[in-house]
Write a protein that binds this ligand. Structure first.
Ligand code: T3D
Length: 261
């Protein structure tokens, strides 16, 4: 299935909603239209019970160069706070709050809000051509789109400060070394590998969404509260059909067939 968006490509198949940022002439930089279309596509995918994984990537040689700076002179730009609250933050919150898992296939440069969009996904794999740039400081801005939340938690305070303050690119192999990405692949293999991984995640058990909830909550809770939260989530997982199937398949010495229920 494909929808008629102008700035993104959107396809749903095999439990995966594949969203491709599609303004390659501007390295897939965000315009208000692209923000809105991405919000809409994610909402649609989140509400579609056949979809269990979001796969995000970019057209052409970039993943996403962040906000389109061509409409951002002092006369044109208006309130950046309002732009973030209305255009970017709902995308980040949708990705984090959804029980569906998100995978970024970072095919090229990911800069500014484009970098932080990738960080907001649950997993990242990257092409050898990918670069991550916390570019905000280079244009006189502070990090947004959740970067100041996610990056220190992923790479530690010291490295995050270095990346934010200097705004220098991290190449794919370095991103792998510091744990920003799960895997680096030759450019020609990324798309197929991403599809296969997304389909595998879409065939995962009901507990995938609970894993997300547990890890999201762990960012903001103390041990005692987290132990209790884990117990509540395990209560849900323990009542799922997928847990029955998991146990059955173990005892029958065969791979499980999960349904997400
Ligand atoms: O609402 C709000 O404004 C607040 C939100 C802010 C969030 C942010 O994301 S702020 C950060 C914005 N992004 C950047 O600062 C990155 C700007 N781009 C770059 O630094 C470089 O383009 C890259 C490092 C990403 C890639 O460099 P390179 O050498 O591979 O490519 P290039 O030649 O610079 O760019 C190729 C084309 O893409 C070029 O078009 P042209 O001039 O040949 O017609 C370039 O202008 C265009 N492009 C790249 N990034 C953007 C862009 N056009 C508009 N906006 C961009 N962000």
């Amino acid at each position: 299935m494909a929808d008629n968006y102008e700035t993104i490509l959107y396809e749903k198949a095999d439990g995966v909603a594949a969203i491709t940022l599609n303004r390659p002439q501007a390295l897939n930089a965000f315009t208000p239209q692209m923000n809105s279309e991405l919000q809409e596509a994610l909402k649609d995918a989140d509400q579609d019970s056949t979809i269990r994984c979001f796969l995000m990537t970019g057209s052409g040689r970039a993943f996403c160069a962040g906000q389109d700076l061509k409409g951002r002179t002092r006369e044109q730009r208006g309130s950046l706070g309002a732009s973030l609250r209305e255009k970017y933050n709902p995308i980040i919150l949708r990705l984090r709050r959804s029980e569906k898992v998100s995978l970024a296939a970072v095919n090229g440069v990911a800069a500014g809000a484009g970098c932080n969009l990738a960080l907001a996904c649950d997993l990242r794999i990257a092409s050898e051509e990918a670069k991550f740039i916390e570019a905000f400081v280079r244009v006189g801005l502070a990090p947004d789109s959740g970067g100041s939340f996610f990056l220190p938690r992923m790479v530690g305070l010291s490295k995050a400060m270095e990346l934010f303050l200097l705004g220098e690119p991290i190449e794919a192999q370095e991103a792998l070394r510091i744990g920003l990405v799960a895997k680096v692949l030759p450019a020609a293999e990324l798309s197929q590998a991403a599809r296969e991984l997304a389909q595998r995640l879409a065939r995962g058990p009901r507990s995938i969404g609970l894993i997300k909830r547990a890890v999201n909550r762990a960012f903001v809770s103390g041990l005692e509260e987290q132990l209790d939260y884990e117990a509540s989530l395990q209560e849900i997982a323990g009542r799922s059909e997928d847990y029955d199937e998991g146990v059955r398949s173990f005892l029958e010495k065969r791979p499980p067939v999960f349904t997400g229920k």
